[in-house]
Structure formats: structure tokens, C-alpha cells
Design a protein around this ligand. Structure first.
Ligand code: CMC
Length: 391
């Protein structure tokens, strides 16, 4: 069995070559196609970042206009898709609905399933990016018992998402530019993160030649877990459980005894700081100021946790810093988005990253099916015993 390298959790194995995203974990830096995330978060917008991730270059003014128009025109769902939503229980977790509905897109768009045709691949990518906010918003509305909503012309990607989430037939949601900007930043900061668990899942699924809609459904399934995309949801649940600043010391004792983790802290790759967390922290302040929520008890509790954790030797020695999800959960909650929608929003934003990695892999002529090996540790060869003779 000495033939294979044993590397559980892939701590030391690069699974592919990629030109999309670079993370410098020691320095706490993140680059999309060479551009620092700080510059993109400050000056760009999510759809431009999508174009960049998919195409490798920032668009010219004309390319940007065409791309934005294209995405914002493909955001409607086939009417039959609404029947799929209706097959779920009303209390279904929106991630369960997302896995199902996105997988079902394979049954609707037969003109974009030929993975060997570059035009098909492009159309599938555009459809996914365009439709995923609509799908996420409908998953929420279905939970709430609200009628399904439609995208609206003239709004940006982030504005449209907020509109689809919150507008009702009697009252149109008035989009606040500070909140729309925060939403756009959350999308941008989550757009890609190289070979994380869900992206690796998408690549592995795609390596067999499965269609892109099915592959993205696999990515959504992987993202659902609390160690990955479920972390921002877990942060808010944790804050609810702690309840009050005075319970922080007892909670921290539990963390050190390893009864529970401090959710929103730590990262496999960033061991000094998460550059996305810095950007999210300032966005968090902007949003709370705009909404007059800076005295909100939950926010105060989060800040108390942050302060203690940054000073406590347990966290300092283990290089555990707040990650992006520590703050994004607080921002989303301030915008009025329920906790169950946090991971769906992560999935929405990450769709472009997944599809860019999928396309990069598929267009590589040297692509092989992903097929890890194992070290077998089970029973040695033995003979079958008839059921009457078994003890
Ligand atoms: N709270 C308390 N202790 C922790 C935490 C935490 N959040 N994270 C790691 N540790 C401890 C861990 O117990 C271990 O201690 P020891 O050396 O005594 O055994 C040490 O720190 C090293 O941790 P690890 O588990 O080897 O680190 P990892 O790279 O395998 O895990 C992680 C990374 C993100 C899964 C983990 O830090 C974690 O579970 N964090 C909380 C969940 C979270 O916020 N996830 C979001 C990640 S960012 C968004 C995304 O990519 O999806």
C-alpha cells in the first residue's frame, strides 16, 4: 500500500492547476485573476467580478454593458420551475430547495448540456449566474408563504435580489443604496476561493462529464455543511445561544474544552487574517450605522466575542482569526435576511466561482476523471458463511 500518498483532508495535495484565484494564506491576501480583493470590493461590482472570473480579464465598457444586459435578461425562471418549488414542504430548508431546483435545471435547458460545445458551456454559465438569485429568493418566499416574485428591469444584480426577496404585490421594496452596496460586497467577497470543499466537489462531479447544472447542485450540497457555507448561519445561532455578554466567559471555557467551536473563527488557509473579514467588518459598521443598529445587543455581543478571541492565548496560539462569515452573518441579519437564507446567499455568490472552475477544467485537453485512491484498512480475505451457520 506504499504506492499512494496518504493525505486526509488534502492538507498537502494540489488537485489541479488553476489561473483563477490566488490565496496567500500566510500574508492574508486574496486575488481574483491577479486583482487584490480589496480593490475589487472597493471599485468594482459583482457582475464585473463575474465577468473577470469567467473570462480572465476585466471587461471593456462595451463588454460590461453587453454582459450586464445578458445576465439581467436571463434572470427569469421557466414557469414550470415554480411547480418544483411547490413540491417541497413549506418548512423545507432553502438549501434543500436550492439543491433540488438547481439540479432540475438540467431538465429544462437542453440547449446548454453539451459540455464539449464551448457555446453550450457559456450559455449554461450565464443561465446559472442569472437565475440563481431568482431561485434563492423564491426558496425564501415559499417558506414565508409569499407569492413568487419576478425580477425587475432597471435594477442592478444586488438590487434585484433584494427586490425579489422583499417586494410584495401591495408594496414594492425600496432599495436602500447602502444595503444594496453591502449585498453586492457580500457577493463579491464570496465569489471565489480556489479549491475549497464545494469547488473541489464541482470539479470532481464535472470530471466525469456530468452537466453543469448537476455539478452546481453538487457544489450547493457540499456548501451546506456547517464547517463550510453553513458557518455564517452557525454564527448567528451561536450568538442566540450565548444570549448575553455576561455569558461569554462560560462559553469561551466550553470552546477551550472543545465542547463547541467559536463559529466564524479559523480558516484552513488563512492563518493570520482573512482579508475578506476586514472588508466585511467595515461594511458591517456602515450598514449598522445606516440602520441605526450599532447599539443592537446582538452586535455588541459579537464585538465582545471578537475582542476576547483576538486577545485570548488559545486563539492567538492557534492563529484563529475571525473569518468573513463572522461579519457577513451580522450584516445579512441587519438587512432583514433570515438566518436560513445565509447559506443560500453564499451559494448564490459562489456560483460564478464554481462555474468558472468547471469551465477551466472542462476546456483543459488534459482533463482526467477525478479518482482518488485509498489505503484499505478493512477485513482481510475471508470466506462467506451461510446465514444458518453464523453466530
Ligand atoms: N473554535 C475553536 N477552536 C478552533 C476553531 C474554532 N472555530 N477552529 C479551529 N480550532 C482549533 C482546533 O480545535 C485545533 O485545536 P488543537 O490544535 O488543539 O487540536 C486547532 O484550532 C487547529 O484547527 P483545525 O481544525 O486543524 O483547522 P482546520 O484547518 O482543519 O479547520 C475550519 C478550519 C474553518 C474548518 C475550522 O477553523 C472551523 O471549524 N471553524 C469554524 C467554522 C467556520 O467558521 N467556518 C467558515 C470558514 S470560512 C468560509 C468557508 O470557507 O466556508
Amino acid at each position: 500500500t506504499g504506492m499512494f500518498t496518504f493525505d486526509p483532508g488534502f492538507l498537502a495535495t494540489a488537485s489541479c492547476e488553476s489561473k483563477i484565484t490566488f490565496i496567500d494564506g500566510d500574508e492574508g491576501k486574496l486575488y481574483y485573476r491577479g486583482y487584490p480583493i480589496e480593490q475589487l470590493a472597493e471599485n468594482s461590482d459583482y457582475l464585473e467580478v463575474c465577468y473577470l472570473l469567467m473570462n480572465g480579464e476585466l471587461p471593456t465598457a462595451e463588454q460590461k454593458k453587453t454582459f450586464d444586459g445578458l445576465i439581467l435578461r436571463h434572470d427569469m425562471l421557466h414557469d414550470q420551475i415554480f411547480s418544483i418549488f411547490k413540491g417541497f414542504r413549506r418548512d423545507a430548508h432553502p438549501m434543500a430547495v436550492m439543491v433540488g431546483v438547481v439540479g432540475a435545471l438540467s431538465a429544462f435547458y437542453h440547449d446548454s448540456l453539451d459540455i464539449n460545445n464551448p457555446r453550450h458551456r457559456e450559455i449554461a454559465s450565464h443561465r446559472l449566474i442569472a437565475k440563481i438569485p431568482t431561485i434563492a429568493a423564491q426558496a425564501y418566499r415559499y417558506n414565508k408563504g409569499l407569492p413568487f416574485s419576478y425580477p425587475k428591469a432597471g435594477l442592478s444584480y444586488a438590487e434585484n435580489f433584494l427586490h425579489m426577496m422583499f417586494s410584495t404585490p401591495v408594496e414594492e421594496y425600496k432599495v436602500n443604496p447602502v444595503l444594496a452596496r453591502a449585498m453586492d460586497r457580500i457577493f463579491t467577497l464570496h465569489a471565489d476561493h480556489e479549491q475549497n470543499a464545494s469547488t473541489s466537489t464541482v470539479r470532481l462531479a464535472g470530471s466525469s462529464g456530468a452537466n453543469p447544472f448537476a455539478c452546481i447542485a453538487a457544489g450547493i450540497a457540499c456548501l451546506w455543511g456547517p464547517s463550510h457555507g453553513g458557518a455564517n448561519e452557525a454564527v448567528l445561532k451561536m450568538l442566540d445561544e450565548i444570549g448575553d455578554v455576561e455569558n461569554v466567559p462560560a462559553f469561551m471555557e466550553g470552546v477551550k474544552n472543545k465542547t463547541h467551536k467559536l463559529m466564524g473563527f479559523g480558516h484552513r488557509v488563512y492563518k493570520n487574517m482573512d482579508p475578506r473579514a476586514d472588508i466585511m467588518r467595515s461594511t458591517c459598521y456602515e450598514v449598522l450605522n445606516e440602520l441605526g443598529l450599532h447599539n443592537d445587543p446582538q452586535f455588541k455581543l459579537a464585538m465582545a466575542l471578537e475582542k476576547i478571541a483576538l486577545e485570548d492565548p488559545y486563539f492567538v496560539e492557534r492563529k484563529l482569526y475571525p473569518n468573513v462569515d463572522f461579519y457577513s452573518g451580522i450584516v445579512l441579519s441587519a438587512i432583514g435576511i433570515p438566518v436560513s437564507m445565509f447559506t443560500p446567499i453564499f451559494a448564490l455568490a459562489r456560483t460564478v466561482g464554481w462555474i468558472s472552475h468547471w469551465a477551466e477544467m472542462i476546456s483543459d485537453p488534459g482533463m482526467k476523471i477525478g479518482r482518488p485512491r485509498q489505503l484499505y484498512t478493512g477485513a482481510p480475505r475471508r470466506d462467506y458463511v451461510p446465514v444458518t451457520e453464523r453466530k
